[in-house]
Design a protein around this ligand. Structure first.
Ligand code: FES
Length: 111
């Protein structure tokens, strides 16, 4: 039986045709973001407490991806572009409980 995760991280890996007006997280190397999240969560022994899932479009802003959402907090991040951003989310938000303000999507992007 698997433990119930305390945090669930969804990483958008939506693919769209080249030149699509929305753009996509896939074209911004979101697969690397997903793999780095998995590795950094495992390196910290957070397996079971934190679940990381590769997913389709999270509702944008697609041109500002890669986009990530953390539940149950419903905090959406954009421009999650490298290991420093990922570690900041893991250590600051998933472990520390404080969302990373510099990466948060503005509240108006949810409406
Ligand atoms: S394509 Fe990633 S949020 Fe829309």
């Amino acid at each position: 039986m698997l433990p119930k995760p305390q945090k669930h991280v969804f990483v958008c890996n939506q693919v769209r045709a080249p030149g699509h007006p929305f753009g996509s997280c896939s074209e911004k190397k979101a697969e690397d973001v997903f793999m780095t999240f998995m590795a950094e969560v495992r390196a910290r022994g957070l397996d079971g407490r934190v679940q990381v899932t590769n997913t389709g479009c999270l509702g944008g802003p697609c041109s500002m991806g890669p986009t990530v959402i953390v539940y149950p907090d419903a905090v959406k991040y954009h421009k999650v572009e490298g290991a420093a951003d990922i570690v900041a989310i893991i250590e600051g938000h998933l472990v520390g409980g404080v969302p990373v303000e510099r990466l948060k999507v503005p509240a108006e992007a949810w409406s």
